[in-house]
Design a protein around this ligand. Structure first.
Ligand code: KG4
Ligand code: ZN
Length: 355
């Protein structure tokens, strides 16, 4: 069995996993997440300095726990993988420096991982892993992208959000509605009892200066503003805000927009397989809408298991296993980058690191 110890510290979750690959099958040998959400909620959002400090405090014990659970000693691990881009630079540094230090001390291979490649790999943890080529809708708190995947290291971005990511829109709208953070899970919970057809909301489109609209791009800032206006209007006219109906209507429109553009892109590109990953892919309304609509177009849908949609280290370890098998490794000199497009993920294995 080939094994990878994986570290994920790109934002507000400290996560460590040990993943194994045997006869083509991926095994989660250990998977721990320590969420910092409670600490950040007190301040109304993620405080970067605090995130790095907490990662520093919890990562060493998570590594010990994960190795113990996996039954592997560090010398039995083939490679150490850590998220090195994109994310909060100070947070990324904690995972990356821990990984490089262990790898250098124990003479292991170090593999820097692009966070979005990790999200993409999370679909391999589902019961029916897809085979490329396919189109992936990557929807998280920081990204909303449509990417054509020709192989697990060959990506081509076909669509993106021009402003907020879908997850960010969930978080901002939850705040407008006086709900907690992160917004996605609370909106989903409250929206279950709401009437999703009650409010008409805009499906933001992005104009092409040469005429018409970019068919595969997204814009969520107009939707957020429309929600703000609606909430203000309702507050003036009635005493109790119909939070359930507002949450359900918002969730429905986001799901429709994501599904409409993904299917249009898949159909135009002649791709019969569509993959969905990232924190927002945990949303039940979106999962259901995508499955139902894709069925009508005879498009095969593969969605990451709910537990592996939001940030975790098992997905980083899965991407690490694929890179290990492909024979690449990162330089111990590799640093971190807050911004790096997925299309440049292969540069993380250059002999001369890109940063
Ligand atoms: O992938 P992720 O954990 O972190 C990033 O890489 O950004 O995604 C976090 C985002 C948050 O914006 C959160 O509100 C959203 O995913 N999210 C959801 C759900 N669970 C998490 N959005 C909608 N429905 C959910 N059930
Ligand atoms: Zn993420």
């Amino acid at each position: 069995m080939q094994t990878v110890l994986a570290l994920e510290t790109s934002c507000d979750e400290s996560a460590v996993a040990v993943m194994g690959l045997e006869r083509g099958k991926i095994h989660v040998l250990a998977n721990y997440i320590s969420s910092q959400i409670d600490e950040h909620t007190k301040w109304g959002g993620v405080v970067p300095e605090m995130a790095s400090r907490i990662h520093l405090e919890v990562v060493p014990s998570l590594i010990e726990k994960a190795l113990a659970k996996s039954g592997k000693s560090i010398t039995e691990i083939d490679a150490i993988a850590a998220t090195v881009a994109p994310g909060l630079a100070g947070s990324l540094l904690i995972g990356s420096v821990s990984g490089r230090t262990l790898a250098s001390l124990y003479d292991r291979r170090f593999i820097g991982i692009h966070h979005l490649e990790g999200h993409l790999a999370s679909v391999l943890l589902s019961d029916s892993p897809p085979k490329p080529p396919f189109l992936v809708l990557l929807v998280s708190g920081g990204h909303t992208e449509l990417i054509k995947v020709d192989s697990f290291n060959k990506f081509n971005r076909l669509g993106r959000s021009h402003d907020d990511a879908a997850g960010e829109a969930f978080d901002k709208v939850a705040r407008l509605l006086g709900l907690g953070y992160p917004g996605g899970p609370v909106i989903e919970e409250i929206g279950k009892n709401g009437n999703s057809k009650r409010f008409l909301l805009p499906k933001g489109r992005v104009s092409n200066p040469e005429g018409g609209f970019y068919p595969y791009d997204f814009s969520f800032s107009g939707l957020k503003t429309a929600m703000l206006r609606k909430i203000e209007e309702l507050k003036l006219s009635q005493e109790v805000l119909p939070v359930e109906d507002l949450a359900a209507s918002f969730e429905r429109v986001v799901a429709e927009v994501l599904v409409d553009r993904s299917l249009r892109c898949a159909n135009d590109q002649g791709l019969k397989c569509l993959v969905m990953v990232g924190g927002v892919a945990a949303n039940s309304c979106l999962r259901k809408t995508m499955r139902e609509r894709a069925l009508k177009d005879s498009i095969d849908v593969h969605i990451a298991p709910k537990t592996f949609c939001t940030d975790n280290a098992a997905m980083i370890g899965t991407a690490g296993l694929l890179r290990l098998v492909s024979g690449v490794k990162s330089s111990f000199e590799l640093g971190v980058s807050g911004r790096l497009p997925l299309t440049q993920a292969n540069s993380l294995y250059d002999q001369t690191p890109p940063f």
